[in-house]
Ligand binder design. Structure first.
Ligand SMILES: [Zn+2]
Length: 126
């Protein structure tokens, strides 16, 4: 028996998913370039300015900054926003379908892996 989804847990699932999506963006950008996924912290790829916590809120920061760097106004790749949004929605979907159970983390991670593979496939096509 799956308990009825609650609004708070639905929001939490989306927030956790979009944060995981933000991490996936780091993985997508740095692993093929053989860079650390830990250091340095996030920088603007155009001007190199270290990004502050307010610049790094998944989904929200992209919308708030209208897709541009706060410091140099260079466009932020739409892919970063799409991966955060898609992963947030995937986690939300897994929660709404299966509720809170031990398989949740596994299914949510699988969704994240599929998003990374999808992006890598799209990127390879150019
Ligand atoms: Zn910049």
């Amino acid at each position: 028996m799956v308990a009825a989804p609650t609004f708070v847990l639905s929001v939490l699932a989306f927030v956790l998913g979009s944060a995981f999506g933000s991490f996936l963006n780091v993985v997508i950008d740095r692993i093929p370039a053989r860079q650390s996924i830990i250091r340095p912290g996030s920088l603007c790829p155009a001007c190199g300015t270290p990004l502050r916590p307010l610049d790094l809120i998944p989904v929200v920061s992209y919308l708030w900054l209208r897709g541009k760097c706060r410091y140099c106004q260079a466009p932020i790749p739409l892919r970063l926003f799409v991966v955060e949004l898609a992963t947030g929605l995937a986690f939300l979907g897994v929660y709404l379908r299966f509720g809170v159970n031990p398989a949740l983390l596994m299914l949510a991670s699988l969704a994240g892996a599929l998003i990374v593979l999808g992006i890598a496939r799209i990127a390879r096509r150019g």
